[in-house]
Design a protein around this ligand. Sequence first.
Ligand code: SF4
Length: 477
Amino acid sequence: MSSTDHVQYANQTAKSITPIPLSSKPSFGAPEDPENSWTRSGQGASKTACIRTFGCQMNVHDSDRMRRMILDAGYAEVNRYEDADIVVLNTCYVRENAVDRVRGHLGELSRLKREGRVKKFALTGCIGASGESRDLQRQFGIDLVLGTHNTYELAEFVGLPGMEETHTPELPGTEGEHSAFVTIMTGCNYKCSYCVVPSVRGRMSCRPMENIVDEVHGLVSTGTRYVTLLGQTVDAWRESGKRFCDLLERIAEEAPRVWFTTSHPSNMEDRTLRLIGEKKTLVKKLHLPVQSGSDRMLKIMHRGYKSERYRRKIEVFRKAVPDGTLSTDIIVGHPGETEHDHEETLRLVEDCRFDSAYIFKFSPRRGTEAAELPGTPPERVVQRRFVEVLRAVEQNAFENNQKKIGSTEEIYIRYGRNPEEGNAIGETWSGHAVHVQTNAPPGTYVTARIGSAGPHVLYADPAEANSGDRAPRERPR
Ligand code: SF4
């Protein structure tokens, strides 16, 4: 997964590094009692817990698993720290200021603990796995610090019997929600100059296919209709001669709607790209981080491919999936980036005509090679390059989205109607985000005509509900 997944400037809601209060996830519905901000109760709960998540989808998924432990231990989930007996901060180490932001939360928790309002709090995730966590623990009196590979240790912290050490992916995802993430691999074997993932999540470890298929089967049989396969570089997944394309094909036969993220251009096979076009249950969108259009910068970043390979992959995708959407990650201002490198990136953006991009201004992270490299362009230059790339992406995205006006689309409702704005947010099979006027609940389909389009989202006319599901074939036994 690229470390730039966190700043998104087109096609979906901007996430930046704002903490995501998981209890606001639409799959949980509205708070049961907005007055006291309770969100979800464990069995006969008389104690309360709050989980706050920062960062990427891997973290959201890890938090879902920790939530299950907390609910199993009899806690009710609450939104606010001051209402919680215990608090878990599941953190991200993508940018230096992410640590600063977490420091602010730790300071507040430390104060609430001194005042006797919070009993104990834990720091988990990428910052927990980093070298800085000991200092933070000392400074703020954190009760438990966990990395990304030992979240099972949270069990004892919340009062459950200690669990045997188990590889994180063996812990099942959340069942019974309309959409679910399924981790298929963890870690990463690349060493991109700017990325902390290999040092905090370790080397790649792939989960066995049958184990993944069983989990997906279980999720679908309990009501999940949208499965996202998750990993740092999902297309690097392999097991005894089987490759990611084989796994994707199996999952596309198990679940009614399937997507995957994040991929690496060096691993992406043409047959995977063709499969996206062929399988009716696969959402026709591809997120393929390129990071730079300059071969010189790609080498400095240790990305392992040249821009020509990337362009060729995009050609295959566009041909195999003509109605599909394409997104990417781009880093602006990496040490050593010249004006010529920047122009190469603009040229690639023009050639690939992305539908959206996460554009990221380089910021050094301790422990990475790039943090030690000289030649970071001045901030005003980085800002100008950032705006130029952003404008180029948005211009392309806007033109692409305009072509959808007038088409009738089957839309999967991801987030139910917001009473203030009157719109639900859905996704077409082509992967476009759509605002649509409907009361249909999350996890269902509606059909609607696209009335207008901006650079980030389509706007549909009032919708009609339909059954929508593309039934996968019977599971082979
Ligand atoms: S090191 Fe791995 S996780 Fe980090 S950006 Fe590179 S490919 Fe992605």
